[in-house]
Structures are given as C-alpha cells and as structure tokens.
Write a protein that binds this ligand. Structure first.
Ligand code: XIL
Length: 366
C-alpha cells in the first residue's frame, strides 16, 4: 500500500514516462537547415531594378570589432546605403543640453563614404532613446521649440557638406526627421513634444531639417503602416496636410518590422496610395521575425515573405529603396525586444545567407 502510494506520488511529480528510455532532441539527427543559392548581389539587383539602393542599418561597435561582419557591410554590391541604427538618436547625439557628440555617427558616415554608400539619417525626433533631460526638463513651449530646432538643425547640418561632396547628384539620401509619431489607432502619440508643443512639433522638426540641409530628403517614418489600416491612413492624412500647408516633406518611411507568415497582402497598394501624395517612399527597417526555434519550413516561409515585401517596393516606381534593420541575426535587435523570437534577417548569426536572401533577389525584377 505504501509502495503504491509512493509510486503514485512519484508519477505525479516526475511524469509517467520516468523509467522509459529517453529520447532527447540531441539524439535525433536533424536535417541541415537550407541556405541561399543565389549568386546575385542585393544592391546590384536593386539598382538593376531601377531602385536607388538596397541598404542596411548598423552600429559602429559591430564593424569595428568584427572583421567578417565589416567586410560584408562594406561590400557596396550588397549594400548601397547605410542607416545608423542608434548613433544619430537624441540620447547619443545630444546627451546633455547643447552638448553634441558625433563620435559613433561620424565613424558610420565615414565608413559609408569610403565605401561609396549613401547614408540615411535616423532620426531627429522620437519618443524613445530621447535624452532624459528633454523629457524631464519641464520646458515651456517656446523653450522646447528652440531645443527641437537646435537639435534637428545641428544633427542634420552635421553631415551636409561631407555627403554632398560624395554624392553630388543625390546627397545624403534622406533623413527620418520624425520617427513613429502615431499610435496604432491613428492618433498622435503622447510624449513631451506633443504634450507641450502639440502636433506642430512635426512642422518645426521638418522646417529645421530643411533649413539645415536643403538637399536631403525629409521623411516621416513609422511601423505598422505597411498595409491599409487606421495608422497608415493617419500617415496619409498627415502628409497630405503637410503638403497642403507647404511644410517640407519628401518621403514616407515604412519600417516593416514584420512576422513570418503575417505579411499584409496590400503593401503595394498602400505604397501606391502614399506615392499618390507626390512623395517618395522607402522600406526603411525591414526584418521578418519568427518564433524560435528555426525550422526549414519557417525559413521557406520567410523567403516568400521577404520576396513579397521587396516585390511590393519593386512594383511601385516611387519606392526608391529597401533597407534591412541590420543584416545578420547576430546583431538583430529582435531577440532582445521580442522574447522567444528571432532569426529575422537574411544572414544567419554565422554570416551564412539564408533562403530569405534568395527571396530578396527574387523580389527585384531585372
Ligand atoms: C532599435 C535598435 O536597433 C536597437 O539597437 C535599440 O536598442 C532600440 O532601437 N524602430 C526604430 C529603430 O525606428 O530606431 C529601432 O532601432 C527599431 C524600431
């Protein structure tokens, strides 16, 4: 009786399979995951399709310390444009009031220049990675307005001459002047600038950027605006209103942080809608994440998903380029932000090209 009770307790605690031979995953030989087969280069393919660039985001710490990564990043047949992932954000460039630091941003700008790659500026004003002195300073409207003007004109003005010399006919391609202004329901996000100045903080940022570098393209950039929804309609309405009022605006940046198997079916139509406003559009931060672990099936779906996004841009004349949000899984922001998800980029953590790479190439028509 006691023995029976003991074994029932043990079964309850340990599960019924105790004592049976175990079959751990390490003992099952798994098929190797598929990799890319295309020998074409991404930026070459983008240009052949009539686009301005295929680009990537990066951080200086990565290319300074990782030679293999740096070599791929510097290959302008693969990447024709570079976006600093963090180096130009407010907390990095103006960590205390009127004290500007450009060490990392300069490293990235000079790498891009040396490689003959365009630079995309990112960003002047955003609710995240904003220096805390700005949000906690209790500044009044007039003071905050001058803080915003000073910030945008200084960071945009910094790279004006240098990049103009390199790319005479198409200088620093563009700046995400305003980043993520909307909530998903299409209302404007509450943060220190909307709360103190109101929605006209957007006008102020754009006008300061235009004055600082009249030849760079000024963008507003956001996520969850790939297909038709309340947020992308709010973006459409905002840009229409800016244009009607003569506020400088040249482009809409569609971030495209997407999920494998969940790509909106109407990206091309939505890009056309944006373009109908007379602005250019770009895919600015593409990555397509999956729930880990990686499987061959997920990689195949990811390939199809990359192809859908790239081909949507390909099909829209005003869509000038596609930027991925870093290129290898080793440096992706996804695992740190979305627990349990990852493998979002076309190169794996060992710099091996995944099927997604083939999807990108297939997405460009040339
Ligand atoms: C991310 C960077 O990649 C991370 O390194 C950082 O920790 C957080 O920000 N939308 C944007 C980008 O506009 O600036 C974000 O970049 C990703 C989401």
């Amino acid at each position: 009786m006691l023995d029976l009770r003991l074994s029932l307790v043990l079964i309850a605690l340990l599960g019924p399979s105790q004592g049976l031979p175990s079959c751990s995953s390490s003992t099952i030989a798994s098929a190797p995951l598929p990799s890319a087969t295309s020998t074409a280069d991404t930026n070459t393919a983008a240009k052949a399709a009539g686009k301005l660039y295929f680009g990537t985001a990066t951080n200086a710490g990565q290319f300074v310390n990782d030679t293999a990564y740096a070599e791929t990043l510097s290959d302008n047949k693969l990447f024709g444009a570079i976006t600093p992932a963090n180096a130009l954000k407010w907390e990095s460039t103006e960590p205390s009031r009127n004290n500007f630091t450009f060490t990392e941003a300069d490293q990235i700008a000079s790498l891009a220049k040396g490689n003959g790659q365009l630079l995309r500026g990112h960003n002047c004003v955003w609710h995240e990675q904003l220096a805390s002195w700005v949000s906690s300073g209790n500044f009044d409207n007039a003071t905050l307005t001058s803080i915003l003007q000073n910030h945008c004109s200084t960071v945009v003005g910094r790279y004006k001459g240098e990049m103009n010399m390199t790319f005479k006919h198409h200088p620093v391609d563009s700046w995400d002047v305003v980043n993520e202004p909307f909530n998903d329901d299409g209302t404007q996000r509450s943060f220190v600038f909307t709360d103190t100045i109101g929605p006209s903080y957007i006008d102020i940022a754009l006008e300061s950027a235009r004055a600082a570098d009249p030849s760079t393209k000024l963008y507003i950039n956001d996520f969850n605006i790939e297909g038709f929804n309340a947020k992308s309609t709010a973006m459409f309405d905002l840009v229409q209103d800016l244009k009607a009022r003569g506020i400088p605006i040249d482009g809409i940046g569609v971030q495209a942080h997407l999920i494998v198997g969940q790509i909106p079916g109407d990206i091309q139509e939505n890009l056309e809608r944006f373009a109908s406003l007379g602005v250019e559009v770009a895919i600015t931060e593409l990555d397509i994440r999956m729930t880990l672990p990686v499987t061959a099936e997920l990689l195949e779906q990811q390939k199809a998903d990359y192809q859908s996004v790239v081909s949507a841009c390909d099909a829209v004349e005003a869509c000038i380029g596609v930027t991925i949000w870093d290129f290898d899984d080793k440096y992706s922001w996804v695992p740190g932000t979305f627990p349990g998800e990852g493998a979002a980029l076309p190169w794996d953590e060992n710099l091996v090209r995944k099927p997604a790479y083939d999807g990108i190439i297939a997405g460009f028509s040339y």
